[in-house]
Each structure stands twice: as C-alpha cells, then as structure tokens.
Design a protein around this ligand. Structure first.
Ligand SMILES: *Cc1c(COP(=O)(O)O)cnc(C)c1O
Length: 388
C-alpha cells in the first residue's frame, strides 16, 4: 500500500551522509570538489553524475525538490529563490518570441506584471479569460497559443477553476497546462492527476508556513523541466541551500498546519457571515461560495485564506484594519500569525481600477490569512475591531 501524504512528507528522505544524521542535513556550500581534472571534465560534459556548483544543483535543494515532486505526484522540478522566480522561469524558459499564453484573469499581482509589462518585450503575448465562463475559452485560442496558465483558488478573490475541465481543454488543444497551486498546497489539491504539466508554488506562503524565507518551485513533466533547467542554470534564480533546508523541514509539518489553518479560516468565515456590516464573505468551503460544489470536489479543505467586503467600502475596511490589536497588518500570508491585508491599496494597487473590478477586488475588500493562534483569540480580536 502506498504510504499516506503525511507519512511521505516526513519519511521521504534522500540518502543520509556518513554521519547518519536523523534530521535532514544542510549542505551550505557554493561549489563541490572534483576527484581529478578528468572527473571535473566528465561532470561538466554530463558524462558523470554529481554536483558541480550550487547554481546548478545542491543536495539540500534536491531534497526539497524531490519532496515536492513526491507530494505533487510528478517527475522533476526546479527550486527557485521566490515564487515569482518560479512563475517567470516556467514561462520564459519555454516560450519563444511570437508565442501566446491563455491566462485566467484572477491572477497574482506580479504574475500580471510579468504578462503585461515584461513578456511583451520579447513578443510573447497573452489573453485573459474568465475562469468560470469555460465555454468562452475556445474563442480566445490562437494558432500560436502554447500555455494555459491558471491560479486556483485565486489570490485574493478566491475564485476557483475547474481543474478537470482545464486538464481536458489543455490536452484537446495541445497546450501546456501550468497551475499556480500556492493557495491550496499539495496537501489540499494536486493539479497533476487532472492533467497539469507544470505546477508552480510560492513556497514563501504555506509551505514555509512560518514567515521565515522566500522560496519557489516549478514541478512537472521531466521533458519540460529539462528545458526550464537549462534556462534556470544559466540565468541563476537558484534557491539558497539554507532556504531549501528550511522548506524541506517545513514540508514535514505541512499537513497538520494546513488542517489547523483551514479549521480556523472556516470558523472565522462563519463568524463573519453573521456580521451585519459585512456584505459578502468568500471562502471555498462556505456553502455560500458560488463554486462550493467545485471546491468540495477538487479540494480536501478550503485553505487558510478568506476575504470579505465592507458594505461601506474603503474607509470601513481601513478603519477595521487599524482597530485590530493582535492580527498583523502585512502583505504576506500563510504564516503561523494571522495576517490582515487590504489588497486594493497594497498588493493589487498597481492594477487599474477596471482591472481590480474585473477580479472582484473592491475598495472595501479585506483579506485575512488565518494563522495558527487559538480561534477564540482570532475571533475575539476581529469582533472587537468590528464593533469598535
Ligand atoms: C505570493 C504569491 C506568489 C509570489 O510568490 P513570492 O514567493 O512572493 O515571489 C505567486 N503566486 C501566488 C498565488 C502568491 O500568493
């Protein structure tokens, strides 16, 4: 019988060193020595297996990659210094001038900047599609469309995309399906069995889970990763071995942490739904979420993030944030500490008003990343800020 997710996240460990350490060792080194001039030549020529230089590979980084591949159910991967480096490598490492990308509209702010401000400089274009209007996707295809890029659930609108449909659509139209699985983590949702060719993560969020390091990873089909590896080795977005080691250790506790994040987020969402000054609460596992059935179908639980809207808009949202005593005001998410964010004035402030509206980021929208504090203390802080 295949071991369960929790067990694999802990027990899947690469070879131990001669010291027989129990915990995952850290290989903090920039380069590796060769046995001889000839050995060095063979390593560079690819005729011998082994580490050469940590921009190329490193045992601590490999350990993290192997663990992610194990949990996502895929073949190979590349670890990067941040989630954005993973997104960029996954696109720029594959595409050529003239290529076109189909993208679900509700997308992370910096991904939007890459698509609209950077890739067009190399003549790589994109078309935004509405994730929920799947019958319109076909019309957005072009002969030169090569990639379908999705984020589900989306940040911050918590819009879902039907992965089963997306997998079939990509296959039928010969597209590379690339899914940003950051909000769900491999514990709550695995895009690969639905047909995703690549999965990208910001490991900075729930994978680290303790607000310590930036990190990212692209995992997927070996032949695609091979192309991305050439790009990454020579452009240098490598993850630090130290951060890779932190992230490997973090994966051992991912399941228990996610269970609590999800439990706290759901309970807070239920509480907020009862508050008269709040017009709309969105959380994938609330029955009021327009895609509740889809969420139950493709996610194990609803995730650690929820968003809600103040009926009286911008000032009410900002006043609420300023009245909080325990929750941290920050732009990060997926930390042990609960965090409150006002997307319209921070993470998504670079978008135009119309772009924000299109993805449901209203001036009164507030995002909370439910931490691992006791739920009574989280609710009590939110309640006092609301009723201040
Ligand atoms: C944070 C985030 C990113 C970017 O990750 P960094 O580690 O901050 O570079 C990409 N996608 C999603 C969905 C995110 O939440």
């Amino acid at each position: 019988m295949e071991k369960k997710f929790e067990t694999r996240a802990i027990r899947e460990q690469a070879a131990r060193s001669q010291h027989r350490e129990h915990s995952v060792p850290l290989y903090l080194t920039s380069s590796f020595v060769f046995d001889s001039a000839e050995h060095g030549q063979a390593l560079f020529a690819g005729d011998a297996e082994g580490n050469v230089y940590s921009r190329y590979s490193n045992p601590s980084t490999d350990e993290f990659i192997r663990k992610i591949c194990e949990l996502e159910g895929t073949e190979d991967g590349i670890a990067t210094a941040s989630g954005m480096a993973a997104v960029f490598v996954s696109l720029a490492g594959l595409l050529n001038s003239g290529d076109h990308i189909l993208v679900a509209r509700a997308i992370f702010g910096s991904t939007h900047q890459i698509l609209t401000q950077l890739l067009p400089r190399w003549n790589i274009s994109h078309t935004y599609i509405d994730a929920t209007l799947t019958d319109k996707w076909k019309a957005a295809l072009r002969p030169e469309t090569r990639v379908l890029f999705l984020e589900t659930p989306s940040n911050p609108g918590l819009e879902l995309i039907d992965l089963e449909f997306a997998g079939k659509f990509a296959k039928e139209n010969n597209l590379i399906l690339n899914v940003d699985n950051c909000f769900a983590t491999p514990y709550l949702q695995q895009p690969v069995p639905y047909g995703a060719d690549l999965v990208v993560h910001s490991a900075t969020k729930f994978i680290d889970g303790q607000g310590r390091t930036l990190g990212g990873v692209v995992a997927g089909k070996a032949e695609l990763i091979e192309k991305l590896r050439f790009f990454a080795r020579h452009t240098g977005p490598a993850l630090s071995p130290f951060n890779a080691w932190v992230l490997s250790k973090s994966l051992e506790t991912l399941a228990v942490r996610m269970d609590r994040h999800c439990e706290n987020a759901l309970e807070l969402a239920r509480f907020l739904e009862k508050q008269p000054e709040i017009t709309r609460v969105r959380y994938p596992f609330l029955p009021s979420h327009p895609q509740y059935a889809l969420a139950r179908n493709q996610m194990k639980q609803g995730g650690g993030v929820l968003v809600f809207d103040f009926s009286s808009g911008f000032n009410a949202a900002r006043n609420f944030i300023d009245q909080l005593q325990m929750l941290s005001i920050s732009s990060n998410l997926g930390d042990t500490r609960s965090i409150v964010t006002h997307p319209a004035s921070t993470t998504h402030s670079k978008l135009t008003e119309e772009e924000r509206q299109a993805v449901g980021i209203t001036p009164g929208l507030v995002r909370i990343s439910a931490g691992l504090e006791h739920i009574d203390d989280i609710i009590s802080d939110v309640a006092q800020a609301l009723h201040h």
